[in-house]
Design a protein around this ligand. Structure first.
Ligand SMILES: [Zn+2]
Length: 113
């Protein structure tokens, strides 16, 4: 699953469903229909949900090359299923989450210098 429902987004993803309630107009929206990826340049991409009913944009997360590489690497390690994979997976995941959070703050908190 993707990381669309982070702590600060008002999106409530219903369990076992691929629909969510738009926080703007409260319409029930199919995530597949709303899922939008934009290239912002410099390898940065913004993944967001755009409500087809009201056009409201709910930013899910930003990614850059490093984040996408880490995600791909994590998947590789997980799929390996050898004896060492768990420790390696946890180490990388910890680094990845720290970097990911910092990057989200930087992108979302923009505006101030
Ligand atoms: Zn809406």
């Amino acid at each position: 699953m993707s990381n669309l429902a982070s702590n600060d987004t008002p999106i409530k993803v219903k369990t076992g469903s691929i629909r969510f309630d738009c926080p703007e107009c409260t319409a029930e929206v199919d995530i597949k229909e709303a899922f939008t990826e934009e290239k912002l340049g410099d390898g940065i991409e913004r993944v967001s949900l755009v409500c087809p009913n009201c056009g409201g944009v709910n930013v899910g997360y930003y990614s850059n090359k490093k984040i996408r590489r880490n995600i791909a690497r994590l998947k590789e390690i997980r799929d390996r299923h050898d004896v060492n994979y768990l420790q390696e997976y946890r180490d990388l995941q910890e680094k990845h989450i720290k970097y990911f959070d910092k990057f989200q703050l930087k992108m979302k908190g923009g505006g101030k210098g």
